[in-house]
Design a protein around this ligand. Sequence first.
Ligand code: 6PG
Length: 472
Amino acid sequence: MKIAQIGLIGLGVMGANLARNIASRSIDIAVYNRSRERTEAFLAEHGNAHLFAEAYDIAGFVASIERPRKIIVMVPAGKPIDDVITELIPHLSVGDCIIDCGNSHYRDTVRREAYIVGKGFRFMGCGVSGGEQWALHGPSIMPGGNAEDYVGVHTIFERIAARDFESRPCITYVGTWGSGHYVKMVHNGIEYAVMQIMAEAYDAFRKLYGLSAPQIAEIFEGYSQERLGSYLFDISIKVLNKADDLQPGEFLIDRILDSAGQKWTGKWAVIDALERDVAVPTIAEAVFARNVSSKKSIRTELAGKFVQLPERGLPELADFRVTLKNCLYASIVSAYAQGYDLIAQASASENWGVDLAEVTRIWEGGCIIRAEILGFLHTAFLSEPENIPHLFAIPEVVETMEDSLNDWHDAVSIMDKHGLAIPAIASALSYFEGMTDARHPANYLQGLRDCFGAHLYERTDREGSFHAEWDR
Ligand code: 6PG
């Protein structure tokens, strides 16, 4: 019987492409899918000396992997993972390691690790980003769990990962317990926020200036060469230029229903941030914007009930193009700042030991939010991490935000004045203004709270908690 170096369960698009990626590096991999037909069809198309199934039942699959076994599980988050674990456990040997590479909730990962380790086996929760294309060509990999288990898997994972800006593998040991899946969850939260920010810019060009999809693509292409370079801008150009096969002469984007789907990782990030008292308003607004988008019929009904704003002057397109570029840049940095703050605070309170320099580095390649800005963020986190209490404290960020600030405000006010909904861009700006405001109006809130509920307040000039007799 042929013995594989690693096994993989779950031949959906991501699992299939990850298995092909592994085999393409001459690593022997055995695959298993609950449906034998799926495995057979997959192997008929892609099977080779490195990619095979010696058996189509779980016991035979496990037996065909060298010990201690490394078994990647790539099935939908939630119950399907628990079902696979239950199916696997009777066939494992002491020291075997299950690696969940799906988009699992990190709290499930913590629970599963405790359960599986208690049975004498090993478990890692591993974030994998890049969608189907990059699962095949090289994803960004975010493994969390026991550091010793990472040592056991990293030689294989390093070979299949994307490369960072200096050609090193986009993989690092993220930290203990569910930290790998946590970092992936926040990655997705940033992904939601950046995509919504870009959608609002697209909306401004089409509604305010009547630009066609390819005209917007051309502007975005220019942006990506002017410090906004990123995977999401690259694929925007493709998406905006795509002709519609069903309506000759039209562009597909104009025929796609304006109702966004989601698989909840953005929502999980927001819920988790709320539970930790960390502000991630742009990620939250991006989730809410998808929720609003999904109310298509009520939106359509309400749209006819309100009068349009009167005509107002617009800047020249050439000027607005520059204004919006700087607005986008600053908004996107603000979205990253919120995600980074969430990771930093979660890592500190959970004791995960997440290194933000390394997280930044492994996001430079393969993942959906890979972008040029990660280069200078990585350098900053490497050089003086102790002086970076927040992304807005990084000197290059201070400098570029200062340069962008005027345009950021102008763009928000132009879009607002013309009746566009810009929840992500506006919240990114408000977050920045709030976080850099030494004199917040929260003193007023404290006054009201103490007045109606004796909730106490602190003073700026002496220690302690105080209550005032507001009626005297
Ligand atoms: C990635 C993506 C991936 C998935 C998104 C889509 O990093 O490869 O984030 O995990 O495509 O989670 O999420 P929604 O369906 O919620 O937009």
